[in-house]
Design a protein around this ligand. Structure first.
Ligand SMILES: Cc1cc2nc3c(=O)[nH]c(=O)nc-3n(C[C@H](O)[C@H](O)[C@H](O)COP(=O)(O)OP(=O)(O)OC[C@H]3O[C@@H](n4cnc5c(N)ncnc54)[C@H](O)[C@@H]3O)c2cc1C
Length: 386
C-alpha cells in the first residue's frame, strides 16, 4: 500500500493523539502510526498522571496552565485537584521564591508556606526545610480517558489510527516524507507519504529521528512507581494526600484511592532497561523515612508497582517545532516527565506550526536549535521531578 495524507504523526501516546486531533480539526488528513497493539500504552499509560502549574520556567508554566485549563473543562479527563506541595531546602528557597513570584504574576494561586504550615498539610520531618510551595489547583488526571476521548473525536474527523505498525525507515522526498512501516502481526510492509511528519514517539523520538539521519536529543530514563498496600487506619484521611515532593532528595508521593504511590528518580538509570529495579526500592524508602517517619507503617504491594520511561532531553524541557532545513518535519517530544500535563497545549501549538502560523505560545526556547548554539538555551534547565 502506498498511501498519502496531509500529515503523518508517529506515536499514539497522549502527545501524538493531541497533535493528530488538532491537525484534523484544522482540516488536514492525518495518519497516526503506533507500534504497539493499542494507543496510550507507552509512557502515557505508565505515568503518575500529575498535572502542575509549578515550574521554574515561564514557558513550562504556560504549557501546563493552558493544558490544565483544557483538562478542567473536559468531562472525561478525571481532573482532580489534590494539590502539589514542594518541601524546599534552604539552598533552593531563594530560587523557589522567584518561581512563586513568576507563577503568581501569571495569575496562578501558588502560595509560599512556612515549614509549619506545610506540615499541617502533610506531617513531615522539617529538618533543613526553609519553606514550601503549594498550589491547590495542581492535581491529577486520567491520561488514558483523555486519549480515548480525543481519539474518538479524531476518528470522527477522519484520522486513521494504525496500530501494530512500526516505522522502520524514513526518507525525505520532493513532496515531503515517506515512511515505511512493518505490521507486527503479519510482517507486511506499508509505505505512507505526507508533506508533514510529526515526531511524537516519546522516549523513542531520538531513534525515530535517526531513521531519517536526524539528531533529536531525546533518550529514555527508566522510572519506577511503587505502590503501598491499603493505608492503615492511623494514616487514613478525609482528603487525598497531595502530590508531595521533598526537593532535598526528589522523593515524591501521593494518594491513589486507599493507597499511596511513590518514587524517587535514579539519575544513573538511563537507557532502555526494562522492568522494575527492585534494588532501587531501598534507597527510595530511606528517602521516604527520612522525611516522613510515619512511612514505616506502610507495606509495599509489589504486584501493583510499575515502571516506564521518561523521555529526557539534556535540559529536561520538551523539543517543539519545525526541524530547521527539513521541510515538514516537526518535533513534539522530549517532555522529560511532563508530557501528560503539557499535551493538550502541545497539540494546538503543533497544528499552528504545521500551518505556518505564529504559535500562541512563543516556542523559541523550546526549539531544537537551542542545542546547536543557534539560540539562547535559556537560563536554568527544569529540575527533574515528577
Ligand atoms: C513513571 C512515570 C511517571 C510519570 N509521571 C508523570 C506525571 O506525573 N505527569 C506528567 O505530565 N508526565 C509524567 N510522566 C511522563 C509522561 O508519561 C510522558 O511525558 C508522556 O506520556 C509522553 O507522551 P508521548 O505521547 O510523548 O509518549 P508515549 O506515551 O511514550 O507515546 C509514544 C508512542 O510512540 C510509539 N513509537 C515509538 N517508536 C515508534 C515507531 N518506530 N513506530 C511507531 N510507533 C512508535 C510508542 O510505542 C509510544 O506508544 C511520567 C512518566 C513515567 C514513566
Amino acid at each position: 500500500m502506498n498511501a498519502t495524507s496531509d500529515a503523518i504523526v508517529i506515536g499514539a501516546g497522549i502527545v501524538g493523539i493531541s497533535c493528530a486531533l488538532r491537525l484534523a480539526q484544522r482540516g488536514l488528513s492525518v495518519r497516526l502510526i503506533e507500534r504497539e497493539i493499542a494507543p496510550a500504552t507507552g509512557s502515557t499509560g505508565r505515568s503518575a498522571a500529575g498535572v502542575r502549574h509549578q515550574f521554574s520556567e515561564a514557558v513550562n508554566v504556560q504549557l501546563s496552565r493552558d493544558s490544565i485549563a483544557e483538562y478542567r473543562a473536559m468531562s472525561q479527563s478525571g481532573y482532580r485537584p489534590i494539590g502539589y506541595l514542594f518541601l524546599v531546602p534552604e539552598s533552593d528557597w531563594p530560587a523557589q521564591l522567584d518561581a512563586i513570584a513568576m507563577q503568581r504574576a501569571m495569575g496562578l494561586t501558588v502560595e509560599a508556606l512556612t515549614p509549619q504550615e506545610a506540615a499541617r498539610i502533610l506531617p513531615s520531618n522539617l529538618n533543613g526545610i526553609a519553606g514550601a510551595s503549594w498550589c491547590a489547583d495542581d492535581g491529577i488526571v486520567d491520561p488514558h480517558s483523555i486519549c480515548m476521548a480525543w481519539l474518538s473525536q479524531a476518528r470522527a474527523l477522519g484520522v486513521k489510527l494504525q496500530t501494530s505498525s512500526e516505522v522502520c525507515a524514513i526518507e525525505q522526498t520532493p513532496g515531503g516524507w515517506q515512511i515505511q512501516c512493518q505490521d507486527s502481526r503479519d510482517r507486511s510492509a506499508q509505505l505512507h507519504q505526507a508533506p508533514i511528519l510529526v515526531n511524537a514517539a516519546g522516549a523513542w523520538a531520538g531513534q525515530v529521528a535517526a531513521l531519517a539521519g536526524l539528531n533529536v536529543p531525546v533518550g529514555p530514563a527508566r522510572r519506577m512507581i511503587f505502590v503501598t498496600g491499603p493505608l492503615p487506619e492511623s494514616l487514613r484521611r478525609a482528603h487525598w494526600y497531595p502530590l508531595t515532593v521533598d526537593m532535598t532528595t526528589g522523593f515524591w508521593l501521593r494518594s491513589e484511592h486507599e493507597r499511596l504511590i511513590f518514587g524517587l528518580s535514579n539519575p544513573q538509570d538511563s537507557g532502555f532497561s526494562q522492568g522494575i529495579d527492585w534494588e532501587w526500592l531501598e534507597p527510595t524508602c530511606e528517602a521516604a523515612l527520612e522525611r516522613f517517619p510515619w512511612f514505616e507503617q506502610l507495606s509495599i504491594d509489589r504486584r501493583a508497582s510499575w515502571w516506564g520511561y521518561y523521555e529526557d532531553t539534556p535540559d529536561h524541557n520538551p523539543i517543539l517545532g519545525a526541524m530547521p532545513g527539513m521541510s515538514g518535519w516537526i518535533n513534539a517530544c522530549g517532555f522529560s516527565g511532563h508530557g501528560v500535563q503539557q499535551a493538550a497545549a502541545t497539540g494546538r501549538l503543533i497544528a499552528q506550526e504545521a500551518l505556518g502560523e505564529r504559535t500562541s505560545i512563543d516556542l523559541s526556547t523550546l526549539r531544537i536549535e537551542r542545542f546547536s548554539g543557534q539560540t539562547d538555551p535559556g537560563k536554568a534547565s527544569e529540575r527533574l521531578i515528577v
